[in-house]
Every structure is written in C-alpha cells, then in structure tokens.
Ligand binder design. Sequence first.
Ligand SMILES: [Zn+2]
Length: 152
Amino acid sequence: MQNLESITELLEEIERNCDPKTLKKLNLSMTKRVATRLDEYSESCEACGKMLSELETNLQGYVDAFQSNEPVNILEHRNVRKGFIDHLAKIHKLLQDDHFVSTYMALGLSLGLIFGMVLFDNLAMGMMLGLVLGIAIGSGKDADAKKKGKTI
Ligand SMILES: [Zn+2]
C-alpha cells in the first residue's frame, strides 16, 4: 500500500515536469493502472511486490533527475512498464485495454485480404470489410473483458 501511495505522488510530480506531448506518449494512466494491479497481487505474488518497488525506484529516478536538472530519457519508462505488463498478462491473465481490438484487427485484415481476392476479386474492399468486422468484434470482446475486471 505504501508503494502505491508514493507511486501516485511520483506520477503527479512527473506530470508537472513533462510537456503534454511527452505525457501523451508516456500514458501515465496506464502506469497507474499497472501499479494498482501490482499492488492488488503483491500480497499473494512475490514477483508483483518486487515489481512494485522496481516501479517506484524507476519513477523516483526520473523525479530525481528533474530536480537536479539532469537530462533524462523518460520514454524509457515504457520499456520498464512493458515488463510488468507482460507479467500481469502471463501470470495473472490480465489483458491490455485494447488486446482484442488489436488482435481481431490484424485477423480481420488478413482474412479480408484472402476473401477479398477469392470472393470479390477486390483486395481493398476485402481488407476494408475485414478491418471493420475485426474492430467491431474486438471492441465487443474488450468491453466484455473490462466488465469482468480482466483488464489492466
Ligand atoms: Zn504477480
């Protein structure tokens, strides 16, 4: 719990120190959700507890750098976070927000390509249809996963 509180404070500090463009790329609300999940699992999962402290150290590093005016590559944070997301996905079966949309979009696109060629003799139309269908099915599944609390 302590980690989570200090992480929230660190995130606010980073928000104050970054320009909007960087913040958009960073997507700190994702970090916040990851931290909340790690905190939830930290009692039963040792790895999550460790990662929660790692996250705190990582964020603290950026805040320290801001304070001493050192140059810092804050976008590197996304790579650090990726490792935590992978753990949450693999071990705790949580999905990223857009997990199904991205999966079904890719699937729709490749199926659309094939059907577009075979059925309509029109590649572009097939891909278009596949894409639209993929997004429709994917968003439905994403919404469902979110409702069941299975997303990060
Ligand atoms: Zn864990």
